[in-house]
Design a protein around this ligand. Structure first.
Ligand code: ZN
Length: 275
């Protein structure tokens, strides 16, 4: 038996004895159909795409006077970027995707939550950075560590499973390669409504600056900046609600200009925003 079904036209030609024509048709058929990829080799597509430039990140950080207030999360709420998956295969573990969130809770409640020990797996959560309404940045988890920001998630087809399939928590995640940043929600965003009044100008400005530094430090192109809603696989996360990409784009363009980074270069947008 061939590895694939013979097409009807080829079968007819074979049946009436047109040997030469039949051979020609048969030779046009693929010799084998690749097996679809399933299982745990899921880290593909999550590799870093650009060469990191930590020198440029340091220069830009100084130019923009980037400040972070150290407010470390409790160690139960984050972990290591792991080099292997559940079956011991090597997987990407360098930051290559930036995921945006909102807190929903107030700033104080959010910080308390992350600084509280959570021995139960299901309660553990964290971001790398948090921006309050004034744009103040709180550093919760170092870039080099794995923040628990989007537990069940994927970037395109890319996701990494660190638990065996037999585990009820086996769903893949992009936390191993993600940098998570959250925006403090406005007062009218504490509930479960579809939208709210949005984020402050200072938040957009500081967000763009921190994202730009991350892009330079880790080699992350603009198309790898996304939202929790876009990468979530549980169908339960919608944050950051009321986020306006055009406001982010304008703020990014301004920050990049101050650092001498071209918006048409590898870090920038595909097209310049209208400002
Ligand atoms: Zn989120």
């Amino acid at each position: 038996m061939p590895a694939f079904p013979v097409r009807p036209v080829a079968a007819v030609l074979l049946g009436v004895g047109l040997g030469v024509a039949a051979v020609v048709v048969a030779q046009q058929e693929p010799q084998s159909v690749p097996e679809p990829k399933v299982g745990l080799a899921q880290g593909e597509g999550l590799q870093p795409l650009l060469r990191p430039n930590p020198q440029a990140a340091r220069r830009c950080s100084a130019r923009l006077a980037i400040r972070e207030r150290p407010t470390p999360a409790d160690p139960t709420n984050y972990g290591e970027r792991r080099p292997t998956d559940a079956e011991g295969g090597r997987v990407p573990n360098q930051p290559s995707v930036i995921v945006l969130h909102e807190t929903v809770m107030s700033l104080g409640d959010t910080l308390r939550f992350f600084q509280t020990p959570h021995p139960r797996d299901a309660d553990q959560a964290s971001y790398h950075l948090l921006l309050d309404r004034r744009g103040m940045a709180y550093r919760l988890v170092p870039d080099a560590k794995r923040a628990f920001g989007s537990g069940w998630s994927a970037w395109g087809d890319g996701s990494i499973r660190h638990r065996p399939l037999s585990s009820p928590l086996a769903g893949g995640s992009i936390n191993n390669v993600a940098l998570h940043l959250s925006l403090e929600s406005p007062a009218d965003g504490r509930g479960d409504d579809d939208a709210h009044s949005g984020y402050s100008r200072a938040q957009y400005e500081r967000l763009a600056e921190h994202v730009l530094i991350w892009q330079l430090r880790w080699g992350i192109p603009m198309r790898r900046i996304t939202t929790h809603e876009a990468v979530d696989r549980s169908h339960s996360r919608r944050d950051p609600r009321a986020f306006r990409w055009e406001k982010f784009d304008r703020a990014w363009w301004q920050a990049a200009s101050r650092c001498g980074i071209s918006a048409e270069g590898p870090y920038g947008l595909d097209a310049l925003p209208q400002i």
